[in-house]
Design a protein around this ligand. Structure first.
Ligand SMILES: [Zn+2]
Length: 117
């Protein structure tokens, strides 16, 4: 998973006309993915050592799990590991609106010092 993430950033970075040092990688991770942010952060640090991402910070933004109940026409927040169904009608979780994202939001470059004439 971390490898795929690094490869994605690398592919994008290599396609840029200039390749300034990367300071931060912003990632959106849904609560309903199997990704554990702390574990991902650690793996990222280890696996980027000696690469172009060495020293770059991984900033993880978690999105909550939100489902939509069609009979009730309402959104609700399932409790992960406890209760996924609708709290009002007890219907099963069928329509996930948020929480399964796993994407790179943006990449921030290190500030290159302005050249002084
Ligand atoms: Zn319902």
């Amino acid at each position: 998973m971390t490898k795929a993430l690094i490869l994605t950033v690398r592919g994008w970075w290599e396609s840029q006309p200039e390749q300034p040092p990367v300071a931060k990688v912003f990632l959106t991770v849904g609560q309903f993915t199997c990704v554990e942010p702390a574990g991902l952060q650690f793996a990222f640090e280890v696996q980027t050592q000696g690469t172009f991402l060495d020293g770059a910070e991984l900033v993880i933004q978690e999105t909550p799990l939100i489902a939509f109940c069609h009979p009730c026409q309402a959104e609700y927040r399932p409790e992960i590991g406890l209760r996924y169904g609708c709290p009002t009608c007890q219907g099963p979780m069928e329509d996930i609106r948020s929480g399964r994202e796993l994407k790179i939001e943006r990449v921030e470059y290190a500030n290159t010092p302005a050249s002084v004439p």
